[in-house]
Design a binder for this molecule. Structure first.
Ligand code: B1M
Length: 211
């Protein structure tokens, strides 16, 4: 559909006003919020990532694309987050230490809230101890970690280790995700689960709290 292509292209041109305007137009035309997200905004960001990798565009372009993506997500947020549902449990989320990428983590948070979970978002560049302390303080059932850099993935293993050291393994589950993260990596570090995208993260968290 043209509107979805226009949303994606507004990320590629780093035009946040157009991203917001085309997102509103797609919703007004009856396109479902999840379709606008997956086939408009996420697709646009994938194209930006590929061009950045190929050195066709530079970091400032990526920043502008991120700003445009956030403009669209802000409009979709209230539609993706359910209202007035009883809580299915508390989940602490954050992007691990050294990592400033938070768009995917924010999407995971939006969809978790939409599915009825109580979300405590610690933000980005979160030290391992803060994940574990927050989970203890908040009585969270799950810690969800995001990493977008291969260099920050080891911080996930430190969180999993801390959960064990503090004897929380029985009550607090861990789930990891982010572009460079895989199910194999999750197994290697002893995390309880892995989510390949935000929607899958919600399914996996639901399975973890049901265990
Ligand atoms: Co950066 N960056 N970046 N960047 N950036 C990547 C990740 C990179 C792959 C680009 C590339 O080279 N192709 C590359 C990493 C290479 C590597 O480690 N192998 C890279 C680099 C190198 C860097 C810098 C080092 C660049 C520099 O300074 N020279 C720097 C690092 C800063 C730091 O973190 N310390 C940097 C900076 C930035 C910006 C600040 C400009 C910006 C981030 C803005 C922000 O997040 N607020 C940025 C962006 C936007 C990207 C790309 C282009 C897009 C990331 C994104 O938001 N995607 C990215 C290229 C790429 O990934 N294709 C890239 C959209 C988002 C919806 O997807 O985050 O993958 P994603 O989340 C998905 C899934 O992964 C999953 O669900 C989400 C939705 O379905 N998911 C989970 C995520 N978390 C999950 C948690 C779960 C489950 C699923 O369970 C808890």
């Amino acid at each position: 559909m043209d509107l979805l292509r226009e949303i994606a292209s507004s990320l590629e041109t780093g035009d946040d006003e157009r991203a917001a305007e085309r997102t509103r137009a797609a919703l007004a035309a009856g396109v479902a919020p999840r379709v606008v997200l997956d086939e408009g905004l996420v697709r646009g960001m994938e194209a930006v990532g590929a061009r950045f990798k190929a050195h066709e565009i530079f970091l400032p372009d990526v920043l502008l694309a991120a700003k445009a993506m956030i403009a669209g997500v802000e409009i979709l947020k209230p539609l993706l987050e359910g209202e007035g549902m009883p809580s299915r449990g508390k989940v602490v989320i954050g992007t691990v230490k050294g990592d400033l990428h938070d768009i995917g983590k924010n999407l995971v948070g939006v969809l978790l809230r939409g599915a009825g979970f109580d979300v405590v978002d610690l933000g980005r560049d979160v030290p391992p101890e803060r994940f574990v302390e927050a989970a203890e303080r908040e009585g969270a059932r799950v810690i969800g970690m995001s990493a977008l850099l291969t260099t920050t993935m080891p911080a996930m293993a430190r969180v999993v280790g801390l959960v064990r050291e503090r004897g929380l393994g029985g009550s607090v589950r861990t789930i990891v995700g982010g572009a460079p993260v895989s199910a194999d990596f999750a197994r290697e570090i002893g995390a309880d689960d892995y989510g390949y995208d935000a929607a899958n993260a919600v399914e996996r968290v639901a399975a973890l709290v049901a265990r």
